[in-house]
Write a protein that binds this ligand. Structure first.
Ligand SMILES: Nc1ncnc2c1ncn2[C@@H]1O[C@H](COP(=O)(O)OP(=O)(O)OP(=O)(O)O)[C@@H](O)[C@H]1O
Length: 432
């Protein structure tokens, strides 16, 4: 079939949807049931349903029916969405099998245990732990806290400053009751309570993002004139501190970066600030994107306080055109160029340029290619395609996923990344 990856959205009545990025030709019916069982650990699931073009429910009980479901999905996609590489989530509805548990009319299990209030649904409203490779107890308890929506300053103990950026500081913290490490970004912003509320509500969507390539979001709160955003902690920090990264390692990292971006693009969420400092790594070889600009209001509030064109912005964005995925592809190209060479792809760029000169440089200049004597032809070609000023020539999401540089690295070799991160961290420790 060779169709691009897209999101399967698992919908269970009364629970938060779980999004799962799948590659249609790789995912099996059995694997899908396993993922569903993470959401419904106490139920026996043997089938699920989806809605066809007439909104009739069609049951899927095996691999053949699953292939038909994918075929239906791709047939129904509009040409426009396909051309833009936008794939809306395909919603599936697990069919709950019968068990000895007491059930209500909706087929949901009813608590019958001691602490029971009588008619409470047993299914938790906590966001599902869909980090497919992380089912630790600490993760579960973190999600339970989130379900209460009660992340507060007093829950966290500050350990150290991890870094600071435009307008904020990031701290390593310990979540007291679960003893989990978390990162807390604190930004000072003078906003009305109404705007604060709007920001928090816009950030809610992050609870629905479940991808191993996206930093987990644990919650956000305002305290006086500061917003605190609590996320997963990554012990390797951000990629700007690793520059230059050898091509083989960066190739493996790119698989995770692209996976994260495509996951969010499929949810119609744009990052808006792709750059090395927004890509985090850890010593288990995971690579994750952070700082998605999901809250328009927050992006606006930060932008009015800390103005700036940054060197990763696409020329068309600087010129005020509509911001879209292709602008993100450009930023990805600048990011990969910088991480691999330690330089930016604009020859006349200097550190002391005014914002106007910087804008002029990005708009007027043709970006350089990676040196062909230092990097593989595939990598040079891929970055060149990301850095096409002409939007028609810039690589589309479809072509991006099938490009030889991406294909060659698609397993994301976590072991290689882990070794590299650990080695770099220990070299840093020796130096300091
Ligand atoms: N979840 C995290 N885990 C570990 N380190 C982090 C985490 N989030 C951020 N950091 C570290 O904190 C630094 C500062 O992050 P911050 O997002 O404030 O700024 P930035 O991305 O460098 O710049 P800007 O504010 O322009 O986006 C990062 O460069 C990174 O090294």
């Amino acid at each position: 079939m060779n169709e691009p990856p897209f999101t399967l959205r698992i919908h269970v009545e009364g629970q938060q949807d779980m999004d799962w990025m799948v590659q249609p030709e790789d995912v099996t019916f059995q694997r899908t049931l396993e993922v569903i069982s993470q959401l419904l650990p106490h139920s026996t699931i043997t089938a699920f349903e989806y809605e066809d073009e007439d909104n009739d429910r069609v049951t899927v009980r095996g691999d053949d029916e699953m292939r038909n479901m994918f075929a239906d999905y791709f047939t129904e996609l509009s040409e426009e969405d396909r051309a833009r590489g936008m794939f809306p989530p395909l919603i599936i509805y697990p069919k709950l099998g019968k068990s000895s548990q007491v059930r209500n009319l909706l087929g949901l299990k009813i608590k019958t245990s001691k602490s029971d209030s009588g008619n409470e649904q047993e299914m938790s409203t906590a966001p599902p732990d869909s980090k497919l490779d992380s089912s630790s107890d600490s993760n579960k308890s973190i999600h339970q806290i989130l379900a209460c929506g009660s992340m507060k300053e007093e829950d966290l103990q500050y350990v150290q400053v991890l870094g600071s950026g435009n307008g904020g500081q990031v701290y390593k913290t310990i979540h007291k009751s679960t003893k989990s490490l978390m990162a807390l970004k604190v930004i000072q912003l003078d906003l009305t309570p109404l705007v604060q509320k709007q920001i928090l509500s816009e950030m809610e969507i992050l609870h629905k993002c479940n991808s191993v390539s996206i930093i987990a979001f644990y919650g956000a709160f305002f305290n006086e004139n500061k917003i605190s955003i609590c996320t997963e902690y990554m012990d390797g920090g951000s990629l700007d501190r690793y520059i230059p990264v050898p091509e083989n390692v960066l190739g493996a990292m790119s698989a995770h970066i692209i996976n994260g971006l495509v996951y969010m693009w499929n949810l119609k969420i744009l990052h808006r600030d792709i750059k090395p400092s927004n890509i985090l790594v850890n010593s288990t070889g995971q690579v994750k994107l952070c700082d998605f600009g999901v809250s328009t209001q927050l992006v606006k509030s930060i932008a009015t306080s800390f103005v700036g064109t940054n060197v990763y912005m696409a020329p068309e964005r600087i010129q005020g055109e509509e911001y879209n995925i292709l602008a993100e592809v450009w930023s990805l190209g600048v990011t990969l160029f910088e991480i691999s060479t330690g330089k930016l792809p604009f020859s006349s760029l200097t550190a002391n340029m005014t914002p106007f000169e910087l804008m002029d440089c990005i708009i007027m200049q043709n970006p350089q290619s990676l040196p062909s004597d230092k990097f593989s032809p595939d990598f040079v070609h891929f970055v060149n395609l990301c850095l096409q000023k002409n939007l028609r020539q810039r690589i589309s999401v479809d072509r991006l996923l099938t490009h030889p540089f991406v294909k060659r690295n698609e397993d994301g070799n976590s072991q290689l990344v882990a070794e590299y991160v650990k080695q770099t961290l220990s070299q840093r420790a020796v130096k300091s």
